[in-house]
Design a protein around this ligand. Structure first.
Ligand code: ADP
Ligand code: MG
Length: 238
């Protein structure tokens, strides 16, 4: 299929008197890595929720893989190929890493042997090899983030939504995580990621979209966005 994988047109989400997103428009090309940035409260997670079917838009249109999917449900999004991580981690603590991955792999692979085999494959791509047999609860924050990414990956998404998977990591951990994101992208998964740390995502993303108070204030290649006066103002003027 041709055309962008994800198309967001004039998408808005209102909570009472607050517009968490207001007429946001952009698209994500197939095979790309797009960064969604903006100060706290800008509406990044809300936008993810609408794309992933966890939040119904107040207005606007969402097109995924050439299909109008505005207002779809989370299970429909998952089945269609939208995988997401959560800013607050939702791994099953008492299960091992491999069991967590296997559970996620069941979304597309109902046969247990098949799901387990695929989970091992994902563990390799996500750099989880050394910890596959440990209970998830025993992992450090950095490993948990990898597991969160692995779980999303195990559902075999076309589009992977990563919500702040790099935040709170040491510089070394962040560099490793960036390499994993690159590896995942090379396997053909399109990526839309929310991140705070500009220096980390600038070299990773082909496009950036900047939200501020729910509205898009800039977009384009990272160098362009970083030098956009509106972006500098939004970050410095807080
Ligand atoms: P970001 O992820 O960019 O920090 P969010 O999308 O989490 O921003 O939030 C955007 C705004 O919407 C914030 O002001 C937040 O308090 C508000 N908000 C988010 N979710 C809800 C909700 N379920 N109900 C009411 N307000 C919400
Ligand atoms: Mg957020």
């Amino acid at each position: 299929m041709s055309g962008p994988l994800l198309k967001i047109d004039d998408l808005s989400c209102r909570f009472g008197g607050l517009w968490a997103n207001r007429e946001v428009t952009f698209q994500v090309e197939r095979g790309g890595i797009v960064g969604l940035i903006g100060p706290n409260g800008a509406g990044k997670s809300t936008l993810f929720s609408m794309v992933a079917g966890a939040q119904r838009p107040t207005a606007g249109r969402l097109t995924f893989d050439g299909r109008d999917v505005t207002g779809w449900a989370a299970h429909e999004a998952a089945r269609a190929g939208v995988g997401r991580t959560f800013q607050l981690m939702r791994v099953f603590g008492s299960m091992t890493v491999l069991e967590n991955l296997t559970t996620a792999a069941f979304v597309r692979r109902p046969r247990p042997r098949d799901a387990r085999r695929y989970a091992r494959q994902v563990a390799d791509v996500a750099g989880l090899g050394p910890v596959v047999d440990l209970p998830a609860a025993s992992l450090t924050a950095a490993w948990k983030k990898r597991l969160e990414m692995g779980r999303a990956l195990a559902t075999e998404p076309k589009l992977l939504l990563l919500d702040e998977v790099l935040s709170g990591l040491t510089p070394t951990e962040a560099r490793e995580a960036v390499e994993i994101v690159r590896d995942v992208n090379r396997t053909g998964v399109t990526i839309l990621m929310v991140e705070h740390v500009m220096e980390v995502i600038m070299p990773l993303c082909d496009q950036l979209v900047v939200l501020h108070y729910g509205q898009k204030i800039s977009e384009g290649p990272p160098e362009h966005v970083a030098n956009d006066p509106a972006v500098v103002e939004a970050y410095l003027g807080r």
